[in-house]
Design a protein around this ligand. Structure first.
Ligand code: HPA
Length: 296
């Protein structure tokens, strides 16, 4: 079954309020996008919103203007769609995202991702700032997500409406596209940017983790941790998109680096945004190199 069967709003199941809301939002955005037909979606995470300003011939649409979408309330998140071109590719970027910790449901978080799918976006690049659980990683490096552990306790497809829009049961194996991962690793190396690959674990937040939680997450195979992405990736795979996930390592996770159980990292929200700001240039260079390679 295709995502929402590729059908128009008029033919949707009248009982499916979610599909009807998405169709209404898509109609609104289509009108604002004019001739633009973006095939690549880009979610710009904490401290990484600046790349949205580099998009050429931008069409800016605040989230709150889009029917049925929630506003973004997180620090360092603008809360705006920016459509236009970057490296010759038509893209639809989200300058900021919606998080569960802002009080959004899993469906709210997934809504803009399904919306992108409905607008014809085939590839999603989702980015965030994350803490490193793996102590061989470095602050300021970028980590390509090789797989994810959804520890939010939620799933946007766990309701009749979302399940009615596409297959209810779908594979999450290779949820991060292997060829896009290889392409991103190559692009990072060629640009001389610190790049690594690892398993991402997503939480609801907003409290940072305890050192004991971080030790437990390391034991189950996580390399990085943050409070976003997992629900988006599930929605994107549900919508049939290829996904690339990239974290900026903004800090070492709680307790990492402790000696004899004492001390170690204790992240703050300010640190996360500051490291994003300090690495704006390399983030832009990495995403641009990825877009150029994708176009070839
Ligand atoms: N934990 C959770 N979320 C985060 C972190 C972290 O260490 N860094 C950035 N987002």
């Amino acid at each position: 079954m295709d995502f929402i069967g590729g059908i128009s709003a008029g033919k949707l199941d009248a009982d499916n309020w979610l599909a009807a809301q998405l169709a209404e939002a898509a109609e609104f955005l289509r009108e604002r996008l004019g001739m633009l037909r973006p095939q690549i979606g880009l979610v710009l995470g904490s401290g990484l919103n600046a790349l949205g300003e580099e998009i050429e011939t931008p069409v800016r649409i605040p989230f709150i203007d889009v029917p049925h979408m929630s506003a973004s309330t997180a620090d360092g998140h603008v809360g705006c769609f920016v459509a236009g071109t970057l490296e010759g590719e038509q893209i639809l970027a989200m300058q900021g995202r919606l998080h569960g910790y802002e009080g959004n449901s899993a469906v709210d978080v997934a809504f803009p991702i399904w919306l992108m799918a409905l607008l014809g976006v085939r590839t999603l690049i989702t980015t965030n700032a994350a803490g490193a659980i793996n102590d061989t990683f470095h602050v300021g490096d970028f980590c390509v997500m090789s797989d994810q552990i959804n520890f939010t306790g939620r799933n946007p497809i766990a309701n009749a409406q979302a399940a009615g829009m596409a297959e209810r049961f779908f594979s999450m194996t290779d949820c991060f596209d292997p060829s896009l991962r290889a392409l991103a690793m190559r692009a990072g190396r060629e640009e001389g940017i610190g790049i690594c690959e690892g398993v991402y674990l997503g939480l609801l937040g907003p409290s940072f983790e305890t050192p004991a939680e971080i030790r437990a997450f390391r034991a189950i195979g996580a390399d990085t941790v943050a409070m976003s992405v997992c629900e988006e990736v599930i929605a994107a795979r549900h919508g049939g998109m290829r996904v690339l996930g990239i974290s900026l390592i903004s800090n070492m996770a709680a307790g990492v680096g402790a000696m004899d159980g004492e001390g170690g990292a204790s992240p703050t929200g300010g640190e996360v945004l500051d490291v994003g700001k300090a690495n704006e240039r390399s983030f832009s260079a990495l995403v641009r190199a990825i877009l150029r390679t994708m176009a070839q």
